[in-house]
Design a protein around this ligand. Structure first.
Ligand code: SAM
Length: 285
């Protein structure tokens, strides 16, 4: 049977031939997942011979990945904010850009003098944002909401994984029907891809759920719905709303905010590639 080093080389070659740009990292993840080892262990055991079963498992994963199925849907795990989470098909795979949303929430929580803060994560998906915030600030009241039943059941699994049972309030609901509770902070990464962009999306994105990506004709329909109801769901004028957006939509969203929330202030933050990625809305009520 081949050694770990030989398998690593084989996976890298096959993935790069398929134009998978992250072939180096993905090759490591595949081996680590099959052998249940860390990256350090992988590189200190390059001459270790794999068993037939392990090699067959690697081959199976490789075949699926070559069909452009995103790797996290095959290994059923992903990383966010340095922590491991369960992921499954039907739920959006967390993106590194979304960490900026968490950074901004953490900044606001750390600046607040209120010891009874509440925060709602709208469109929680796998629960990554709500869980990360609760792990860092256990004293705040964290709620997570998603219209998708599958998302809520995966969030439950991730809550268990991080030993937060019964510590996060869950709502399987459309946010437009969640008008009876008010929060200090709202955080949301809602679908924002314009309909017309779908045919030209990378092959991997076609495996992800439309419900998590499709933002309507211009990509801002769902975000617009949220902006409209914000005065009903924020506690007071110190409340903040932190949203992930597509950089091309900033102008449209600013217009919507000016229409629906007359006195609101908007602050935008750029991601590592210099694109407007997060907006913070304050002075809402
Ligand atoms: C872009 S994904 C974000 C998932 C996760 N928060 C993340 O950042 O990885 C958007 C999520 O919003 C949910 N969603 C879409 N429309 C919704 C609605 N009207 N009410 C509540 N959730 C909704 C989808 O089911 C999906 O899980």
């Amino acid at each position: 049977m081949p050694t770990i080093g030989e398998i690593l080389k084989e996976i890298k070659e096959e993935l790069s031939q398929k134009d998978i740009s992250e072939f180096q990292v993905e090759a490591e993840i595949i081996i680590e997942n099959v052998l249940n080892i860390s990256t350090e262990k992988l590189y200190s055991n390059l001459n270790h011979e794999c068993s037939k079963i392990e090699y067959e498992k690697v081959k199976k994963i490789l075949e699926k990945r070559k069909k452009r199925i995103p790797l996290p849907y095959i290994t059923r795990e992903c990383y966010f904010y340095g922590k491991k989470f369960h992921i499954s098909p039907g739920i959006l795979i967390p993106r590194p850009e979304t960490e900026l949303l968490v950074d901004r929430c953490l900044y606001n929580i750390s600046k607040s003098c209120n010891n009874n803060l509440s925060i709602l994560d709208i469109g929680t998906g796998s629960g990554i944002i709500a869980i990360t915030l609760k792990l860092i600030y256990p004293h705040i009241t964290v709620s997570a909401l998603d219209i998708s039943k599958k998302a809520i059941s995966l969030t439950k699994k991730n809550i268990k994984l991080h030993n937060l049972d019964r510590k996060i309030n869950l709502f399987n609901q459309d946010f437009r029907d969640h008008l009876n509770i008010k929060y200090n902070f709202i955080v949301a990464n809602l679908p924002y891809i314009p309909k017309k962009r779908f045919p030209s999306l990378p092959a991997e994105l076609k495996f992800e759920p439309r419900l998590a990506l499709d933002g309507g004709e211009k990509g801002i329909e769902i975000i617009a719905n949220l902006i409209e109801i914000l005065p009903d769901i924020v506690k007071d004028n110190n409340s903040k709303v932190i949203l992930e957006i597509d950089s091309t939509q900033l102008k449209y969203i600013e217009n919507l905010i000016n229409i629906y929330l007359k006195s609101a202030k908007i602050y935008s933050l750029k991601d590592l590639s210099g694109k407007d990625r997060v907006i913070e809305i304050s002075n809402i009520t």
